[in-house]
Design a protein around this ligand. Structure first.
Ligand code: TYD
Ligand code: MG
Length: 457
């Protein structure tokens, strides 16, 4: 350690900001009381692995790089492959974040099983559970192959040796917060340990061209515990989310060096593990009430995939001066804005009403295309108009009450038709660009009042 260098530094637990002194508020992410004191990391790594890398590397011209290195392996779960950008890439580091109990270990054990069945060597390293506990989970999931090996260990030096000796093709680390490196004196789970552990795993993944999945727990604020720094280091960051009380789970790419970050994968947690939901719209719409007012089906895009969800609105007279507004699964400001548009442009007296908006099924929809559906659900809830169950709407609503065009209208329409919706209310600008044969049973809306007329017919 350099002379005069302080022996401890302060890290922000939220964003990883480093400072030589303690501060009440982190200057980078503005969080309060998140600075923690940790010893400075001694970055000189000992061991055999480092010395072999000391030979002078040769640069290669970009034309000579063979693309074989980007060959992908299928995980056996098409929903996960879609999020990874078409399968996992050898030599990549994938961070899977999520709340405790959401199903990260289950997902990765299933991936391990699928891969090992196609004679792919998988090493599952757990620092949280004993081999017996993992075996119990594995028995719920189903038949395992001998190519899936277990290791219960938290010491990274030993883990590195095991990986170099056994040469697995895929490694699963459950979880990064339990791993510790002897080079760092702070406790496992601290910012510097998590950082160091990730750096070690990164060098293993790149030097041996193996895929490493890392499980990361999420803090109550929703970031992977401790370090956003970790997100910069890995190739792919996946978040596993879902309502604890609903059985479906969504996996979402937040960062992906090998694919798009728009994609989501949908799963359902069942007694035998996670099952892929290949048609999420059907799943989200199941159990929808028939002939009830205050409900409208909308079509929103999640990445390149259209998804139909039901928006519900409960609108009732307010008994206080300031009406109460609440939105679950969508942006409250957007709801307030749409209600103001309805009041000003269509004369609906919404300012005297409480309104509760809910996206059924626990999905979060923040795309502008759900505007029209929210507005129609409010109108329907306000004057008890029942929107027929074969109606679906999408479109962005502007401040003057106009319905503006949205992207990817064709795939939205195709999804609506696939699910048997015969009446599609869509922006006129999108309607005009559609081929004549698709225009059957479509209702183009130029303004919000066109759309309202259509639901009242
Ligand atoms: P787990 O994978 O242990 O979560 P994490 O690793 O993210 O903390 O999943 C835990 C939950 O999943 C637990 O509440 C039990 C449930 N579960 C099922 O419903 N079915 C199953 O087949 C399995 C293995 C778990
Ligand atoms: Mg777990």
């Amino acid at each position: 350690m350099a002379k005069g260098r302080p022996s401890t530094v302060f890290f922000c637990n939220e964003c990883g900001y480093e400072s030589s002194k303690w501060m009440g508020q982190c200057p980078a992410c503005k969080a309060w009381n998140t600075m923690v004191e940790e010893p400075t990391v001694n970055t000189t790594r000992s061991g055999k692995s480092g010395s072999s890398r000391l030979s002078i590397p040769e640069p290669v011209s970009i034309g000579d790089v063979s693309l074989n290195s980007l060959e992908r392996f299928q995980t056996g779960m098409s929903e996960l492959d879609r999020v990874l950008g078409g399968g996992m890439v050898p030599g990549s580091l994938v961070l899977v974040g999520g709340d405790p109990g959401i199903g990260k270990s289950t997902l990765l054990l299933q991936v391990g099983r699928n891969l090992s069945q196609s004679s792919h060597k998988v090493l599952y390293i757990s620092g949280e559970e004993s081999a017996k506990q993992i075996k119990m989970r594995a028995m719920r999931i189903g038949q395992m192959s001998d190519n899936l090996q277990l290791l219960c260990e938290t010491n990274l030096t030993l883990i590195e040796d095991v990986i170099r000796k056994h040469k697995p093709e895929t490694v699963i680390i459950d979880s990064i917060q339990t791993m510790f490196s002897e080079n760092v004196s702070s406790a496992p789970g601290s910012v510097s340990q998590v950082r160091e552990a990730t750096a070690v795993l990164l060098s293993i993944a790149k030097s041996m061209a193996i895929t490493i999945f890392i499980v990361g727990h999420v803090t109550k604020e929703g970031t992977v515990a401790g370090p956003r720094v970790l997100e910069h280091m890995v190739d792919t960051v996946l978040y596993f989310e879902g309502d604890r009380y609903a059985s479906y789970r969504i996996i979402r790419a937040v960062k992906n060096r090998f694919g798009s970050t728009n994609e989501i994968g949908v799963f359902e947690m069942q007694s035998g593990g996670l099952v892929e939901v290949s048609n999420p719209s059907e799943y989200m719409l199941s159990g929808r009430p028939k002939d009830s007012a205050g409900s409208c089906v909308v079509c929103a895009m999640e990445g390149t995939r259209p998804m139909l969800v039901e928006v519900q609105a409960l609108v009732c007279r307010s008994s206080f001066g300031i009406p109460r507004r609440q939105a679950t699964g969508t942006d409250l400001n957007r709801v307030n804005l749409l209600m103001a548009v309805l009041e000003k442009r269509l004369g609906l007296k919404t300012s005297e009403c409480d309104a509760y908006i809910n996206v059924a099924g626990g999905m979060k929809m923040n795309e502008p295309a759900v505007d029209l559906g929210i507005a129609l659900a409010v109108v329907s809830g306000f004057d008890n108009t029942v929107i027929s169950e074969d109606t679906v709407a999408f479109g962005e609503v502007g401040l003057s009450g106009e319905v503006r065009s949205v992207s990817l209208a064709d795939s939205r329409v195709a999804e609506c038709r696939k699910l048997g919706f015969s009446k599609i209310i869509l922006p006129k600008a999108n309607y005009d660009t559609m081929p004549a044969e698709m225009k059957k049973n479509m209702i183009p809306a130029e303004t919000l009042s066109d759309a309202i007329k259509a639901i009242k017919q």
